[in-house]
Design a protein around this ligand. Sequence first.
Ligand code: AMP
Ligand code: ZN
Length: 466
Amino acid sequence: MLRFHNTLSNKLEEFRPLRDNEVKAYICGPTVWNFAHIGNFRTFTFGDILARYLRFKGYDLTYVMNLTDVDDRIINESHKAGKSIDEFVQPYIIAFWEDMAALGNNRPDIAPRATEHIKEMIDIISTLLANGKAYESDGSIYFRISAFPEYGKLSKISFSGNEAGGSGRVDTDKYEKEDARDFAVWKLVDRSDPAGWEAPFGYGRPGWHIECSAMSMKYLGETFDIHAGGVDLQFPHHENEIAQSEGATGKLFAKYWLHGEFLKIDNEKMAKSLGNDYTLRDIISRGFSPLAIRYLLISVPYGKQLNFTFEGLKGAESTVGRLQQFRRLVREAKTEPGSDTEVAQLVAKALAEFEAAMDDDLNTSVALAAIHNLVRETNSVLAKDALRADDRESVLDAVARFDSVLGIFGKEQAELLDAEVEALIDERQEARRNRNFARSDEIRDLLAQRGIVLEDTKDGVRWKRK
Ligand code: AMP
Ligand code: ZN
């Protein structure tokens, strides 16, 4: 039984789609004003794992991720660069999808851009104005929180009177608002400003929150199954999305709310504004593989914070090398026909543990442990040259099934990666220490077949490509 921690109820809940086998899911996407950092990618990789696992469970999923291509940062930066918004964001959109692909994140089924959905935003705002849940002040339109008594139900932040709550994140400087908590859904801008759109209530541009209400409901319906995003979006962004959407439709907006915890560095949130961020490109240019980064990002369940270190990344690099090496060794092992009940049981156990872990609110770290157990146990069968042909197939099938969700084994390549070579060399050293010379020769031969030459020196083993 698949269960999620639903922020709305603050409980672990059984997942039941609204309609039969269909699942409609939305995740808040990037603001495309710069290269996304690996903290952002922790959240988008969580979204990818969520989507892949829903498909693994057999659901018919529609997965939407928006692109925020208009906001104050984009407007300021494009202005500084002397470019139109569109010219300015285009390279970052391209870079975003390149980075997503490098990290093994599948493209969402639909990736709408905010600037292409202004009409849908205007429609929601018009409804809110008509039903009294929004008002005009000095040319801008604000959501009237006092008209939506459920405000705060997601973030559990309680407000009293006109106070801005204890959070300090509510604008209090907008004197033209009826209530300090109210937020802009449409901002008046000067007609000379190209970053504006015509609306029945005046030339302006949308507030950030209305974008997600409009794009999610357009593609997934007024009520949909899952809304996800980073934990920092819970308040005010998601709270405001709920207020606008439910305020306009009178219906439940999203049934399950899932929030990904932060990637931290030196125990601070990774953020561009703090200057402690690394983009994917920064990390790749230091010689790490995107696969290792993916492994690191999912090594801790999405609901727990993860502290980034280069030490941890090095560990992930050698782990993915070992996983790839394992798959190759299984593929290339000399086998007798038939099957062995012990191996068949190991595979069945690993698959069951993997699924139980993922069912438990996508517990990727326990799922990874199930894979590592299978690898370790199968390696000892391999070391005895005891893997049978049918078991080889079932181990490889299990690996493919795990990887359809986690995507950490990478593509099978003709050429060994450096990390794989190093993992094989370590394994050969280990075999020699254990006086298992048959195994150490086997590894040397395997490396030789792949064009890797070993040289035993007094400082250890050196290797090069032929
Ligand atoms: P932005 O491009 O700023 O709108 O952020 C895109 C996504 O990244 C949002 O879902 C944020 O919650 C998420 N995010 C930002 N910083 C981090 C971080 N350090 N760790 C995890 N997710 C983050
Ligand atoms: Zn959003």
